[in-house]
Design a protein around this ligand. Structure first.
Ligand code: PGA
Length: 265
């Protein structure tokens, strides 16, 4: 895993956007797994900015969102579908038919069947080229909460108290949807590349466990240690507890140097 430590959130956003932009340049019909939350908001903002400058084209891009609350209407301001359209989709030239969300409506078909169909849709699109992720304070990726199976696929998960508090959503008065449908860890691991973003001191413990801890279902993000193409992009505050911070910085600097050595002039 490559650990990229940036000075602050703004620099973290720039770094993430550079990688997304170069993927889309190389593969204009790339398949992306997209997250919601406060961490990626700046990334979406920057992507819109460069789209407006005609530096990036989303017309061929296909997207699959990571997760969604069970039973929340798409038009509800706390739904992830609402977030995605408000924050990103409504502002760029992505085609509506290329946008996908995990099944989350109550009633109708069997949910397990619908989750399998979501997996089939991802496979049918050729698999995920890049999974862009945030991380919870408890080490969750998507809504794969601690003790999630490390081989899981898209399914319903019960949210922990800390996730409910952190997400602080309002739904039908005071009732929080404590169930969500999320891509599984194996779904994420099947992506050809992963970008994990974390900002702020409140993520430092989860980041430390993810990078330096033993692989454990108790911190699901640790599974990323087994992925061959992961970039963990964090700011200084999120990197606070890492024991080998200066080494990671050196590795990144040397990686850039090697890339330069082998780039045709
Ligand atoms: P955040 O959420 O970006 O809002 O901190 C990340 C997550 O819970 O995965």
């Amino acid at each position: 895993m490559q650990v990229i430590i940036k000075k602050n959130y703004e620099e973290l956003v720039k770094e993430a956007v550079t990688h997304i932009k170069s993927l889309i340049k190389a593969k204009p019909d790339a398949v992306l797994c997209l997250p919601t939350g406060s961490t990626p908001t700046g990334v979406y903002k920057k992507l819109i900015e460069i789209y407006n400058k005609k530096e990036i084209d989303f017309s061929g891009i296909r997207t699959f969102n990571l997760d969604e609350y069970v039973g929340i209407p798409a038009a509800h301001p706390s739904s992830f579908r609402y977030y995605m359209f408000e924050t990103f989709f409504n502002h760029v030239n992505i085609k509506k038919e290329n946008i996908h969300f995990p099944p989350s409506e109550i009633g109708g078909e069997n949910i397990e069947e619908q989750c399998r169909e979501y997996e089939d849709l991802i496979k049918g699109a050729g698999g995920l080229d890049m999974a862009i992720l945030g991380i919870g304070r408890n080490g969750h990726i998507g809504f794969n909460e601690p003790t999630s199976s490390l081989q899981s696929r898209t399914r319903v998960k019960t949210l922990t108290g800390e996730t409910l508090r952190d997400n602080d959503i309002e739904f039908e008065g005071d009732r929080l949807p404590d169930l969500a449908v999320t891509m599984g860890i194996a779904t994420i691991m099947a992506a050809r590349s992963v970008l994990l973003l974390a900002s702020g001191e409140n993520k430092a413990a989860a980041v430390k466990n993810t990078i330096e801890g033993p692989i454990s279902a108790f911190c699901p993000a640790t599974m990323l240690q087994l992925h061959p193409r992961v970039k963990i992009i964090i700011d200084e505050e999120a990197a606070d507890y890492l024991s080998r911070k200066s080494y990671y910085k050196k590795v990144y600097e040397r990686t850039l140097y090697v890339e330069q050595l082998f780039t045709k002039k």
